[in-house]
Structures are given as structure tokens and as C-alpha cells.
Design a protein around this ligand. Structure first.
Ligand SMILES: *[C@@H]1O[C@H](CO)[C@@H](O)[C@H](O)[C@H]1NC(C)=O
Ligand SMILES: *[C@@H]1O[C@H](CO)[C@@H](O)[C@H](O)[C@H]1NC(C)=O
Ligand SMILES: *[C@@H]1O[C@H](CO)[C@@H](O)[C@H](O)[C@H]1NC(C)=O
Length: 321
């Protein structure tokens, strides 16, 4: 496909597409570039497919490599960890590749891209950690220690969803994955999005790290409700808060990602430990990735201590965990 592609003129839209191959960086990846209505669109092969403005600049493998993943999750394969050999860099990258053309880790300048990966992985690391105060390497070194809830106290079957997401006989919907999924309706919705039968086979998530990361990135990229921002949109600044959001102290940034993912389990409760531990992971990862925690911004951006939840937990569908 070297050289020029088709010049297409579609009705009144005047879409002019000129494809030029430009080799950039990694010799295995060729970035194809075209202009559509004055916008530069790119396609970078397996990692950033489908003409998108997000595929023109660095993609995740350009700034986040195996050794960095190993530094962030350095204790995950230690003998006392609970998912030894399960999680690896390649499964994260393979999963991320489905979402990079939508802006995951590919939005804005390089620092913002790296911050988004640090933020996403901070949620993952803190939710899958078995670190505690006296753990070797410190409590923040133990992310990706689990891939499932160890001693579930119930099977998380909510019968009020029996027409939409009926529980499969014998299936257990306990917490699994990188951002753990709980309850039949969450397995059902995630499975629909990823075209995997997770309602009948929730165990796929603890058997396949790529799928586990795909489910987590999908959660990060997708609003809980249509009228609300996704964690991604809130983090990278795509979302413009309404007056109600401002009154509820919700603004763009890391704090609001916690509000979206965990609501009033974590937010609006002051400076609680369960919130601070996620923030600590984020700052630690920023340091390890070489971005530096000073890039994280002030406490009011980082925290959701004073925020009102987007989705109060009065309804059973409000949140996971
Ligand atoms: C790509 O980088 C350019 C220049 O640094 C920047 O202006 C542009 O916004 C970036 N594209 C995206 C989609 O973030
Ligand atoms: C894991 O899941 C991914 C994504 O659905 C799939 O492509 C891959 O084949 C699966 N791996 C195994 C070993 O089943
Ligand atoms: C703002 O909040 C009020 C009171 O809760 C509500 O009635 C109204 O619909 C909200 N407006 C928007 C745009 O969400």
C-alpha cells in the first residue's frame, strides 16, 4: 500500500483522502496518514487501527514498556501473590490496542497520555493489591496480586435482573479481573460490550488476562450512564462539568474518576483511607514512570473527598465492589 490511495469525493461532503506512508519510530509499525476535512487521521496497524486522530502521535508502546510494567507491579509474581504468572505486559497492551483509536492513552500531549495510563493502572493496582503496611517493597508494590476475590461471601446474583441478565445455574459472580467485576448485571453488560458470553462464563475473566484488561479498559472508557462522563473523559478533560457538577464539587481530574467508578463507597466521605490508597498508587506510578508526582496537580483535583456521588448507592445497580 505504498504511495497514493483513492481520492474520494462523496456528494457534498468533499472528503479528500490522500494516504501517505510514513515510517516512524519502530520499524515494524508504519503510520499511514490522511487528511479528512482538514483533520489529520492516522492508522498505525495493530496497535492503533482504524483512521483516527488518536493514532497520529505516540501510542502506548512508545512510552510505556515492559520494564515499566515490571516496576509498577514488581511483586505480582512473588510466591505469596495470588495470581502468579497470570498478569503480563503483553496482555495489557493487547487489550489496550482495542481502545487506543478511541483515545485511551493516546489523547493530548505525551505527559497527559502517560498520566492516563498511570491513573488507569492506579485503579487497577489498588483494587488488586495484597499490599499492607509492612509488606516488603512497601504497600504500593503489590498491585496485580489478585485476579479474583478470594473468599466470596455470596454469589452476587441479583434476581431483579432475571429478564435482562439472568444468572446462569451454578455461575458465581464474585469479583474478578483488573477492575474487579461483581454481580450478574455487570458481567452481563461487560460481556455484551466485549462480545463474550460472560453471563454464562464469568470465569473467563479469571482465566484470560487479556480479557480481564479489556473489561477494565472498557469500564474506564464507558460512561456508567449516558448523561455522565466516562472515567477517561473526566480524566483527559473531554468532559465539561455542568452547573450541577460544579455545585457537587465534581471537576475534571483523577478525583472524579473515583467518583465515576466507586461513587459514594469512596467519595464525599472526607479524607478516608480507601480513597487515599488509590491516590497513593497514582502518585507512586507517576514517579516510577518518570512523569513525577508533581504533574498530578493539587489535592482538589486528585481527591473526591468533598464530591457528591454521580450515582448514589441507593439502587443496587449503582456500582461494583
Ligand atoms: C498530537 O500532537 C500534536 C502536537 O504535539 C497535538 O497538537 C495534538 O493535539 C495531538 N493529537 C491528539 C489527538 O492528541
Ligand atoms: C483471551 O481473550 C482474548 C480476547 O477475547 C482472545 O483473543 C484470546 O484468544 C483469549 N486467549 C485464550 C488463551 O483463550
Ligand atoms: C440539576 O440538579 C437538579 C436538582 O437535583 C435537577 O432537578 C436537574 O435536573 C439537574 N440538571 C441537570 C442538567 O442535570
Amino acid at each position: 500500500m505504498k504511495g497514493r490511495d483513492i481520492v474520494a469525493v462523496l456528494g457534498l461532503m468533499l472528503v479528500v483522502a490522500v494516504v501517505v506512508n510514513v515510517a516512524e519510530g519502530d520499524p515494524d509499525t508504519v503510520t499511514k496518514v490522511k487528511m479528512v476535512n482538514g483533520k489529520k487521521m492516522c492508522d498505525k496497524g495493530w496497535e492503533c487501527k482504524g483512521w483516527s486522530i488518536f493514532c497520529c502521535n505516540e501510542t502506548i508502546t512508545d512510552y510505556f514498556q515492559t520494564y515499566q510494567f515490571e516496576q509498577l507491579f514488581s511483586k505480582r509474581n512473588s510466591p505469596v501473590a495470588h495470581a502468579v504468572g497470570f498478569w503480563d505486559y503483553q496482555s495489557f497492551i493487547t487489550a489496550a490496542a482495542l481502545f487506543e483509536h478511541l483515545g485511551f492513552g493516546t489523547t493530548g500531549l505525551k505527559t497527559l497520555k502517560m498520566k492516563e495510563i498511570a491513573a488507569f493502572l492506579a485503579h487497577v493496582g489498588s483494587k488488586t493489591s495484597c499490599g499492607y503496611g509492612v509488606a516488603t517493597g512497601g504497600p504500593l508494590a503489590w498491585g496485580l496480586c489478585f485476579n479474583r476475590e478470594m473468599s466470596p461471601s455470596q454469589s452476587y446474583c441479583d434476581d431483579s435482573y432475571k429478564y435482562t441478565y439472568p444468572c446462569a445455574p451454578g455461575a458465581e459472580y464474585y469479583g474478578r479481573g483488573a477492575l474487579p467485576i461483581y454481580w450478574n448485571y455487570n458481567y452481563g453488560a461487560t460481556g455484551e460490550a466485549l462480545k463474550e458470553d460472560l453471563l454464562n462464563h464469568p470465569e473467563y475473566i479469571e482465566q484470560n488476562a487479556t480479557l480481564a484488561f479489556e473489561a477494565a479498559i472498557w469500564r474506564w472508557m464507558t460512561p456508567i450512564k449516558k448523561s455522565q462522563p466516562s472515567a477517561h473523559d473526566a480524566f483527559v478533560g473531554n468532559w465539561k462539568p455542568t452547573k450541577n457538577d460544579t455545585l457537587a464539587k465534581r471537576g475534571p481530574g483523577f478525583g472524579t474518576t473515583m467518583n465515576i467508578l466507586y461513587g459514594d463507597f469512596l467519595c464525599g466521605k472526607g479524607d478516608i483511607d480507601s480513597m487515599n490508597v488509590i491516590i497513593s498508587h497514582y502518585l507512586y506510578y507517576l514517579d516510577l514512570m518518570g512523569v513525577g508526582r508533581e504533574e498530578a496537580g493539587p489535592n482538589e483535583v486528585l481527591s473526591c473527598a468533598e464530591q457528591v456521588a454521580f450515582n448514589p448507592s441507593t439502587s443496587p445497580s449503582a456500582a461494583s465492589s
